[in-house]
Design a binder for this molecule. Sequence first.
Ligand code: RTP
Ligand code: MG
Length: 140
Amino acid sequence: MALQRTFSIIKPDATERNLTGAVNACLEKAGLRIVAQKRILMTRAQAETFYAIHKERPFFGELVDFMTSAPVVVQVLEGEDAVAKNREVMGATNPEDAAEGTIRKLYARSIGENSVHGSDSPENAAIEIAQFFSGNEIVG
Ligand code: RTP
Ligand code: MG
């Protein structure tokens, strides 16, 4: 299978606890290569655009508050089957349902403060990568 790219975010609950390196170690151990990475404070507009698909959900306001509450690390990950591989190493949305050894099982605080984001399809990965990175910032 050809190399694929996916978009990842280390969320505020993880950056606040100084877990950037711990999360990156899990990603790299899973065979994903970090080909772009930057630490930013998301604006409300960026978070609202990024999570627009959830704007009618009851947790939307809380989600935007959370994602703008502290720095995040946005990343592009590359590897074979990267979208699915990253979802696997992240674990289920709710840490109570996440498999042993996954990032969310190890580090997430709750279903909302769940340490990482990962694209759910190659199509969304391309859209999400383009929201945060220009082509020359990604070095594969
Ligand atoms: P993500 O998009 O962040 O990678 O997470 P996901 O696919 O596993 O979950 P999704 O259904 O897309 O939800 C996006 C994020 O919204 C927050 N959430 N809170 N309070 C709640 O019931 C609730 N449900 C979802 C989480 O931060 C989730 O990752
Ligand atoms: Mg999602």
